[in-house]
Design a protein around this ligand. Structure first.
Ligand code: EPZ
Length: 429
């Protein structure tokens, strides 16, 4: 299994191209199931989650072709994927394919909307909480689907098609909103989704669907209204830049010090995280090229954070921020309100000498003047990149094991960091 070796202490200087967003690319690719025409997506990141979703879509009959440079080749522009679901040959998404990635469950909505039936294994994904699917199923039922759960599979049917309805989510859910939107675009009549997620990736999905002929208003707000269409056509769309990758590298610079241009980053996608980083002492500057992040000399100030749905501080940056706070001057409090078990990085950060106390959903981090490199284990995608951030500022060598977690969501991580002067290398085998 691959490992990543990091020798800490170097400042980061240079530029890092920001990839297309994983969490936008996955629903955008899934939306190709809604039409028998071709959907073309540009700026798709080279990630194992993208490849896994291509396998899942292929099983349903989606043909794809990829252009642009492949994994391992130098490239700044992302890849272009053409997806064509001319004929759906199978409406079942089997356990073997779905269990590795939660977002694969989202195929249930377009399959049901287009074919009137779908049988999808209950999902897996990062172990960050129980992560039920009850909101998704509620939304599909509201749209007229009959739902049964049998032997680990959700079987959804809508023999006469889906019908527009009012859907109100009891809690903000990104996947639930994606599901409701993808089901409603082909339903008869009007659907109103209340307490919808406002994450930019929902806006990106809706932008593609509108290009395909869907009638959607209110994307990016908490109420989305959709007038169902009888058919959608093909379209071409560019995946938006990854705000979590942007925030991660911004935190890496705040941790290691230096001056880095995050090329193509859009500051409005993570204002709250940038405000928080500014409060820690980093300088954030929006430019035409992207976002420039600097921290020179000054220490890291301790800042409290509570994760919230967009536009709040993202849960997907919580582990990275905690890594930064391990070296702050003083005590910070980090409250995780989205997932109940997203603190697996705490015990790994302790291996660097970090002082963190956990009490339910609250982590109290007492900054220490130095971290020491250590062998550590990646536990989930964002937790593992938090360990990389700690390693960049730690004295000596860190070996991060189980880096397949990182490969799910960070394109060419070691290359992007080493071109800015970090001592990072991947050891294969
Ligand atoms: C998406 O997950 C992202 N995944 C996650 O990123 C991200 O952490 C999360 O949204 C929150 O921003 C993708 O976009 C592929 P939710 P999702 O439904 O859709 C509860 C990463 O690292 N809930 O918004 O699964 C749920 O348990 C990943 O890239 C139910 O109770 O998250 C959680 O507490 C990790 N019932 C809360 O809602 C349901 O039916 C929000 O989850 C659905 C969700």
């Amino acid at each position: 299994m691959d490992r990543i070796r990091i020798v800490g202490g170097a400042e980061l200087r240079g530029s890092i191209p920001i990839s297309g967003a994983k969490n936008a690319a996955l629903p955008l690719m899934t939306a190709s199931l809604l039409t028998d025409d071709t959907v073309i997506l540009d700026n798709v990141p080279r990630l194992s989650d993208v490849m896994q979703l291509l396998r899942i879509l292929g099983n349903h009959g989606v043909d794809h072709s990829i252009s642009g440079k492949r994994v391992g080749q130098e490239s700044e522009t992302g890849q272009t994927i053409q997806l064509s679901a001319r004929q759906i040959v199978d409406t079942t998404a089997p356990y073997e394919l779905v269990s590795r990635m939660r977002a694969s469950f989202w195929v249930i909505a377009p399959l049901l909307a287009r074919m009137g039936q779908a049988k999808v294994s209950l999902p897996g994904g990062c172990a960050i909480g129980t992560r039920p699917v009850d909101f998704y199923l509620m939304a599909l039922e509201r749209l007229g689907a009959k739902i049964e759960i049998e032997a680990g599979y959700v079987i959804a049917t809508a023999k006469d098609g889906l019908k527009g309805a009012e859907i109100e989510f009891p809690k903000v859910t990104v996947g639930g909103t994606h599901t409701a939107v993808m089901a409603a675009v082909l339903a008869k009549g009007t659907t109103v989704i209340r307490n919808a997620a406002q994450e930019p990736e929902i806006g990106d999905l809706c932008a593609l669907l509108v290009k395909m002929g869907a009638r959607i208003s209110g994307a990016g707000t908490s109420t989305i209204t959709i007038d169902g269409a009888s058919r959608l056509s093909g379209a071409r769309h560019t995946v938006l830049p990854d705000r979590i990758e942007t925030g991660t590298y911004a935190m890496a610079v705040a941790m290691a010090g230096g001056d880095v241009m995050l090329e193509g980053a859009r500051p409005e996608l993570l204002q709250k995280a940038f405000d928080t980083l500014t409060a820690t002492g980093a300088e954030i500057l929006a430019t035409n090229e992207g976002v420039r992040v600097r921290r020179n000399g000054s220490g890291i100030a301790a800042v409290d954070v509570t994760t919230q749905p967009f536009p709040g501080f993202p849960t997907d940056l919580q582990a990275q921020f905690m890594a930064l706070m391990t070296r702050a001057k003083g005590v910070s409090h980090i409250r995780e309100t989205i997932f109940e078990n997203r603190f697996m990085h705490v015990q790994e950060l302790a291996r660097f000498g970090a002082h963190i106390k956990l009490d339910g959903d609250l982590a109290t981090v007492e900054g220490v003047p130095t971290l020491k490199g250590a062998p550590v284990m990646a536990t989930d995608l964002r937790a593992s990149v938090g360990l990389v951030i700690a390693a960049l500022a730690a004295e000596g060598e860190t070996m991060v094991h189980r880096v397949y977690h990182l490969d799910r969501g960070f394109e060419a991580l070691e290359k992007k960091l080493s071109r800015c002067g970090a001592q990072v290398e991947r050891l294969t085998g």
